[in-house]
Design a protein around this ligand. Structure first.
Ligand code: GDP
Ligand code: K
Ligand code: MG
Length: 293
């Protein structure tokens, strides 16, 4: 059989389950997942390799109306996802009516490449609701093939994957067959720490935070990591650290456990906090953190 390879780009509103689906396909926790919008800030590739196929998935930030530079750049990642796809995966969740951003919605309904519309989280709905939703989406996106799924429970995930492979063009692989992602190791360290911050701090704190790993030193049986948690104000620094350092210690402990599972090695992690005023609105800072393509 001829070898197939190509790019599958996953787009949709915040929190519909895009990152959960990508991780389910890849079988690794490449993308961080929380119940908060704007958990995913970058475009992240997840590569699934088989003997006669290579599916290159890209997880993107949820579609939002940008309010500051960082969000502008996040939406550029979404725009680029339309440009190089062989198949578009448009994910919605049960109960959602339509995309918030008209520009993207038109691009989906007028797409010249195949669109799979995945109606996610069907584990939370009954049969009657589900049928009504399928009808609604048939109407809204007539060019799409519709698949009800549960990314969390794995329902229909394999069928969708097989259909994706079918739709890919005949092509040799684009990446080495043992490669899982395009992102360097430090990226996963940064993201894991950011996930713990999203989980444990309230309100605006997670959105004011960026993480930068300054040291990633891999020895035979241990990886030594030093990362900076960047905030915008002194008050935020105090909150991140917490009373007697308990809050930041918790972030470090939980991140270490996840990273030990991810890298399969013992991890030593050192965290510190730095104030970097208005990094979210500063082009140069954003470029440094990998937000400009
Ligand atoms: P993203 O913002 O689109 O990337 O969404 P995430 O993958 O981060 O998921 C957002 C939230 O929805 C998380 O709390 C997930 O656990 C949850 N979630 C994702 N898929 C499913 C699903 O199939 N069923 C249910 N019940 N929850 C899901
Ligand atoms: K999310
Ligand atoms: Mg996400």
């Amino acid at each position: 059989m001829a070898h197939k390879a190509g790019f599958v780009n996953i787009i949709g509103n915040p929190n519909v389950g895009k990152s959960t689906l990508m991780n389910a396909f890849v079988g690794e926790k490449l993308s961080i997942i929380t119940s908060k919008a704007q958990t995913t800030r970058h475009r992240i590739l997840g590569i699934v390799n088989g003997e006669d196929f290579q599916v290159i998935l890209s997880d993107t930030p949820g579609i939002i109306k940008p309010a500051y530079e960082l969000q502008e750049s996040m939406m550029d990642f979404v725009k680029s996802a339309f440009e190089d796809a062989d198949v578009l995966v448009y994910m919605v969740e049960v109960g959602e009516k339509s995309l918030k951003d008209e520009r993207f919605f038109n691009k989906i309904t007028h797409s010249e490449i195949p669109v799979l519309l995945l109606l996610n989280k069907i584990d939370t709905s009954n049969q009657e609701q589900l049928e009504a939703q399928v009808e609604l989406w048939k109407d809204q996106v007539p060019n799409a093939e519709i698949y009800p799924i549960s990314a969390l429970e794995g329902f229909n995930v394999e069928n969708v994957f097989n259909r994706l492979v079918e739709l890919l063009p005949e092509s040799p692989a684009f990446y080495p067959k043992d490669q899982l992602t395009d992102k360097p190791e430090r990226f996963f360290v940064n993201e894991t720490i950011r996930e713990k911050i999203l989980l444990h701090y309230k309100k605006e704190i997670p959105y004011a935070v960026e993480v930068e790993t300054e040291e990633f030193f891999e020895d035979e049986d241990i990886i030594r990591i030093r990362s900076v948690i960047m905030v915008e104000r002194d008050t935020q620094k105090g909150i991140i650290i917490g009373h007697k350092g308990t809050a930041i210690k918790r972030v470090g402990t939980e991140a270490r456990k996840d990273l030990e599972a991810f890298f399969g090695k013992q991890i030593h992690i050192e965290l510190y906090v730095k104030v970097n005023k208005n990094w979210r609105s500063n082009q140069n800072q954003l470029r440094r953190f990998g937000y400009n393509q």
